[in-house]
Design a protein. Structure first.
Length: 296
């Protein structure tokens, strides 16, 4: 797994009966790679992993691995209520042919470092695959501090990356200060990607890329080169869309963005419901404004 560049946290497409639309999953993944993305992360929060059965997760991973082949690597999001379930999912992903794992803390239960470390270590030990730790204290109530991440990295060689979603670019600097280049650091929050890259992140696990891959790659590569007027203009245009990634209904919003550009539909699995009323109107206005002013 190459934990660098723009890697979509890919959405999961559903048919009208809410079954997985594998044909579109394959089409979407190919389109993302065709537009410059360097890999795919499936089954994450944006992929509505919590609503998928184990058999559905396996089928999605098989579709992605078979579709992309050697063109781009596939990483599986490993999230579960129990450690045993997370270990089982990790082993399943390895058997299917995934090249990496994105390891999350357990759903619902957030506690002290001793227990959270034990959960993560169990997943790291489950396979030889390279792993990326997902730190998202806002969503999962577990905050992996830089010193704790360094402890994990020192003890487990297959932990090679961290997705930093604390929304604080200073965390990137803190991790680098402790670990140098030992870990690849990836930004996990869309609206701080430029700041994160400037602080030293080498990758972006992106959300709005599901609808705007070309623009996302251009933004990331521009941030790598350095902030100039051209990058500032692109970031200013993109920011109202990127902010859709950092609100509770980010899945609905990003799928709505996909529908707006003709690459998907707005269908989500309950308990999520599609947007309606003023929420829908506001989101559509934001999308229409951006699309009208977009420079191709």
């Amino acid at each position: 797994m190459n934990w660098q560049g723009v890697i979509p946290a890919m959405t999961t497409a559903f048919k009208p009966d809410y079954s997985v639309d594998h044909e579109f999953v394959a089409k979407h993944a190919s389109w993302l790679i065709d537009n410059g993305c360097t890999g795919i992360v499936a089954l994450g929060s944006l992929g509505e992993g919590a609503t998928l059965t184990d058999s559905e997760k396996a089928a999605i991973l098989k579709t992605l691995v078979q579709t992309l082949g050697k063109r781009a690597p596939v990483a599986a999001g490993i999230s579960a209520l129990s450690t045993a379930e997370a270990v089982r999912l990790a082993k399943m992903a390895a058997e299917i042919g995934c090249q990496g794992l994105m390891v999350l803390p357990p759903y619902v239960y957030s506690t002290d470092w001793r227990e959270m470390k034990a959960h993560i270590v169990a997943v790291l030990k489950a396979t030889p695959l390279t792993c990326m730790l997902y730190n998202n204290p806002i969503a999962y109530k577990t905050d992996f501090l830089p010193e704790q991440i360094a402890e994990l990295a020192a003890e487990h060689s297959n932990l090679v990356a961290v997705k930093e979603s604390s929304a604080d670019a200073r965390r990137v600097t803190s991790i680098r200060a402790l670990l140098g280049k030992r870990l690849q650091i990836l930004v996990g929050v869309d609206d701080v990607v430029v700041e994160g890259v400037q602080a030293g992140a080498v990758g972006w696990i992106a959300g709005l890329v599901n609808a705007f891959p070309k623009e996302s790659v251009a933004l990331f590569q521009g941030a790598q080169r350095g902030v100039d007027e051209k990058l500032f203009q692109l970031y200013s245009w993109f920011l109202p869309l990127l902010r859709m990634d950092v609100v509770p209904k980010f899945v609905q919003l990003i799928k709505l963005a996909q529908a707006a550009v003709g690459m998907g539909n707005a269908r989500v699995r309950p308990p999520r419901l599609e947007l309606e009323g003023e929420e829908l109107k506001l989101a559509q206005n934001t999308l229409q404004t951006a699309l009208k002013s977009q420079k191709r």
